[in-house]
Design a protein around this ligand. Structure first.
Ligand code: GDP
Length: 197
């Protein structure tokens, strides 16, 4: 599978460091600790792919992974970190905002949420950025292995209905687990479609 060819490409902490705005890319967002790195690793079947995004001091960067020269995955910094100084938060907000508003290569957003704590404020904000731009978004309710089947399905239904009423039908959602690999094929199908793979 092509997505398994993903390799670290570069990190950008301001718009000048972004790679050329060409081809297709899919961005990954999520609260810190939601399970975003584990999801990226499961999707690409690479145990340490997203580790680079977690290196201390690197958390405030957009990390680009190359699948093919025309297809990239972009790891957005985990949000909800109280420790980030306010001026940095403002810088970030502006950078992410500009990235979402202007990036032509951006074809879709994946928001990773802990199935036990879905749709927090920042999740809604990121989904809003995508929807405002007319981009599709897909939510992964990860750590699904922490709940029984019945609870998973109940949460899925509730979140899907909330997402559709807030954002409309361009936002989809599924259950996922980086640990058990539940939902990996479904997510790969959506991401691969956006990337034109
Ligand atoms: P990130 O900060 O969003 O990148 O989160 P990580 O991927 O580093 O995961 C945070 C914690 O949740 C780690 O202790 C992971 O082992 C755990 N975790 C991540 N995904 C899963 C999952 O699908 N199932 C379970 N049970 N634990 C997970």
């Amino acid at each position: 599978l092509l997505i398994e060819r993903a390799r670290y490409h570069l990190s950008a902490h301001n718009s000048r460091q972004l790679p050329p705005d060409l081809g297709a890319e899919v961005a990954f967002a999520g609260r810190s600790n939601a399970g975003k790195s584990s999801a990226l690793n499961a999707l690409t079947r690479q145990n340490a792919l997203a580790r680079v995004s977690k290196t201390p001091g690197r958390t405030q960067q957009l990390v680009f992974f190359e699948v093919t020269p025309e297809a990239h995955l972009v790891d957005l910094p985990g949000y909800g970190y109280a420790k980030v100084p306010l001026d940095l938060q403002a810088h970030w907000q502006a950078f992410i905002d500009q990235y979402f508003r202007t990036r032509n290569a951006l074809k879709g957003l994946v928001v990773v949420m802990d199935i036990r704590h879905p749709l927090r404020d920042y999740d809604r904000q990121m989904l809003g950025y995508a929807v405002q731009r007319g981009l599709p978004a897909h939510a992964l309710l990860t750590k699904a292995d922490k709940l029984g089947r019945g609870q998973q399905m109940q949460t899925l239904k509730k979140v899907r209905s909330d997402l559709h009423s807030i954002f409309g039908e361009t936002v989809s959602v599924q259950t996922f687990s980086g640990e058990s690999r539940q939902g990996v094929d479904e997510a790969r199908g959506i991401i691969g479609g956006w990337l034109g793979l």
